[in-house]
Design a protein around this ligand. Structure first.
Ligand SMILES: CC(C)(COP(=O)(O)OP(=O)(O)OC[C@H]1O[C@@H](n2cnc3c(N)ncnc32)[C@H](O)[C@@H]1OP(=O)(O)O)[C@@H](O)C(=O)NCCC(=O)NCCS
Ligand SMILES: CC(=O)OP(=O)(O)O
Length: 332
């Protein structure tokens, strides 16, 4: 069974409730139609019922819960919750009401915080920063995590590298210019995410334009330092660097550029040195290799809120919702 079929099966076996706030977007409504028809998740759509129905011609959304924030009987309790959580950041009842009724992303995240939904997916319309800011502000980090980061699950067709063509790429969406400590934390979280979602042992490569000292530059030094920190913090994770991409995933190149390494040529978790490298690389692999690209999926938020690319398809949204449901099911 392929990666996303396995994730959908897991989501169906423990059905969760996921909020889709971008209901003015046809792809989102098509995804909701599929998610409901295939019973992958319970779906909450935020918006005015008549507006949603206008955009949903030919789709069956009768099983979705539709909530218009300004008419919701939970609105006052959400205002109170938001004020309580953010009063030391200047949140007042008036500001909270404005945010919750005008910005559906805030309403969706507050539903998740209140326990009225298990997760949220958005980003088909909104930028990553606008999707993730409310979740970072309201849900905060999971216990034991300081840094929230993100990854893509990439499923590359006809590819013998990684886990039969399946990889985690990180961070492609959130942390813009990680320092060595942050890069090490991204590596640790990504290994856990790979194992939780793909179900195989993570083999982590810390990527660079250098393999084992072949180039010198402060950018290389950062990855060398991050590798050292990650090895100390996560001694049980198979992790090494610094590697160029070919040395990380192609066995023959790994053997020639990094002889004796257990990791070179076998990596399935690719940690990029910064957001430019990660974001550009995932889009190259998605568009030129025609890979499935699910994400940006977040790691380290207390409850799952996941992002999408504005270039996503309805099928991508279905996949990210299924991943979100599986992440929600894993929360104790
Ligand atoms: C996500 C992002 C918006 C957060 O930064 P920001 O808007 O500057 O927000 P702030 O720094 O005001 O942070 C908001 C809150 O989130 C917290 N936060 C921000 N980044 C965090 C992280 N990586 N981990 C944990 N908490 C974080 C802050 O501590 C702050 O908490 P507080 O308000 O309770 O004090 C920013 O990192 C970003 O823009 N990333 C790049 C997104 C992007 O453009 N990606 C490219 C396409 S995918
Ligand atoms: C993940 C990402 O790059 O998002 P977008 O394409 O919407 O900027």
């Amino acid at each position: 069974m392929g990666f996303i079929d396995d994730i959908k099966k897991r989501a169906k076996s423990n059905k969760k409730t996921i909020v889709l706030p971008e209901t003015g977007d046809r792809r989102t409504l098509e995804a909701a139609n599929t998610l409901l028809a295939e019973e992958i998740a319970n779906i909450v759509l935020i918006g005015k019922k008549e507006d949603i129905e206008k955009g949903a011609e030919g789709l069956d959304l009768t099983k979705a819960l539709m909530i218009d924030p300004s008419q919701s009987d939970k609105l006052q309790s959400y205002i109170d919750l938001l004020v309580e959580l953010r009063k030391n950041k200047g949140m007042t009842p008036d500001k909270a009401k404005e945010l919750l009724t005008k910005d559906y992303l805030y309403f969706g995240v507050t539903m998740v915080k209140a326990g009225d939904a298990d997760g949220m997916v958005a980003g088909a319309v909104n930028s990553t920063a606008n999707v993730l800011r409310p979740s970072l502000q309201i849900l905060k980090t999971a216990p034991g995590t300081k840094l929230v980061s993100s990854f893509f699950v990439m499923v590359v067709p006809n590819c013998e590298y990684g886990a039969d063509g399946t990889f985690v790429f990180s961070d492609c969406g959130l942390v813009q210019n990680p320092n060595a400590e942050e890069l090490a934390a991204i590596a640790g979280s990504s290994a856990k995410s790979f194992e939780a979602l793909v179900g195989k042992e993570a083999v982590v490569a810390m990527l660079s334009h250098s393999t084992k000292g072949s180039a010198s530059h402060p950018d290389v030094d950062k990855v060398v330092e991050a590798t050292k920190i990650a090895k100390e913090l996560y001694p049980d994770i198979k992790l090494e660097g610094e590697f160029q991409l070919d040395a990380a995933i192609v066995p023959s190149v790994g053997a020639s550029k990094a002889p004796g390494s257990d990791i070179a040529g076998k990596a399935n978790v690719l940690v990029f040195p910064d957001l430019d490298a990660g974001n550009i690389s995932y889009k190259i692999v998605q568009r030129l290799a025609k890979a499935e690209a699910y994400g940006p999926v977040t790691q380290g938020i207390a409850k799952p809120v996941n992002d999408l690319s504005r270039g996503c398809s309805a099928e991508d949204i279905v996949g990210v919702v299924a991943i979100t449901a599986v992440q929600a099911a894993a929360i104790k």
